[in-house]
Design a protein around this ligand. Structure first.
Ligand SMILES: Nc1ncnc2c1ncn2[C@@H]1O[C@H](COP(=O)(O)OP(=O)(O)OP(=O)(O)O)[C@@H](O)[C@H]1O
Ligand SMILES: [Mg+2]
Length: 225
């Protein structure tokens, strides 16, 4: 399995005696090509799970393995490299740099990567932008794009280093229904072509129903839906 989440829990300390338990023994395994949607009420722990999968936050207990490696066993500098190389992120906000062009934004993850060849990655970035329908927008700044177009750039950026794991937290949350459908479909299509493990958190039942595997988070407990 490319991704193994084994009894992952997350607690936050509080001023009282009991810690706040936001994730309880979450288990999930996925292989390349698997697409998983996570739904559930606000505050149930979905983003917490995604942050842990993305190695942006550490579990209180339990194990995560990506391509057989426990990222939390790595020293900080190696963990940053591992995250950069293996994991792509798409957030609800696009987080594009306003002063950079569309092409430059897609290339940002490659700037800190030690393993990439600049000419090859630029060619791949152009190809990804073509695949998301933005070949005619390479020199635009984010402010000169529509909301849906910005999210397409964010998807291309997440894939530019060919990650194993593609994570998306409410990727269509800021879009109208039509744009949400097309960005969601495009995310799934690229995931299929690139054979990533895709984990998407969404409130949209329309988006979730496109996913072969669905989970529901309730009060920190993850269950197949
Ligand atoms: N750093 C933190 N310290 C303490 N509590 C936190 C922290 N981060 C999150 N929480 C709590 O953990 C719970 C789960 O938060 P999380 O962001 O994972 O929810 P969510 O399911 O993504 O919700 P939403 O759908 O609104 O985005 C919330 O009750 C939140 O208040
Ligand atoms: Mg959230």
């Amino acid at each position: 399995m490319s991704l193994v989440v084994d009894n992952v829990s997350k607690e936050y300390p509080t001023r009282g005696t009991e810690p706040l338990s936001v994730l309880r023994n979450a288990c999930l395994t996925a292989d390349r090509g698997d697409a998983v949607a996570v739904m559930g009420p606000s505050g149930s722990g979905k983003s917490t799970l995604l942050h842990i999968l993305g190695t942006l936050d550490r579990p209180t207990s339990g194990k995560v393995a990506l391509d057989g490696t426990d990222p939390f066993g790595l020293p900080e500098a190696q963990l940053a490299q591992f995250r950069n190389a293996r994991i792509g992120f798409v957030f609800q906000e696009h987080h594009l740099l306003p002063q950079c062009s569309v092409l430059e934004n897609v290339l940002i993850p490659t700037l800190v990567s030690k393993t990439t060849n600049p000419a090859e990655t630029e060619a791949y970035a152009r190809q990804l932008l073509d695949r998301v329908g933005l070949a005619g927008r390479l020199d635009h700044r984010p402010a000169e794009l529509s909301g849906g177009e910005r999210q397409r750039v964010a998807v291309a950026r997440a894939l530019v280093l060919k990650p194993t794991l593609l994570l998306a937290d409410e990727p269509t949350g800021n879009l109208d229904r039509t744009n949400a459908q097309s960005v969601g479909a495009m995310l799934l299509e690229l995931h299929k072509q690139e054979r990533t493990v895709l984990v998407v958190v969404t409130h949209s039942a329309d988006l979730a129903k496109l996913f072969p595997r669905r989970f529901e988070m309730n009060d920190g407990t993850l269950q197949p839906a």
